[in-house]
Design a protein. Sequence first.
Length: 46
Amino acid sequence: MNWAKLVSDGTQLYDAAEETIIALTSDDIEIQGMVRKIIHKIAEAQ
């Protein structure tokens, strides 16, 4: 699944990120948490 495609199709940014980027980054909960923080910072900057 492509994160950008999900977002362009109307999926909320955070939902799309959970399904793609966060889930695929690592099985480690701490690393997933760091990725979530990065995504939230990116979303807040826009």
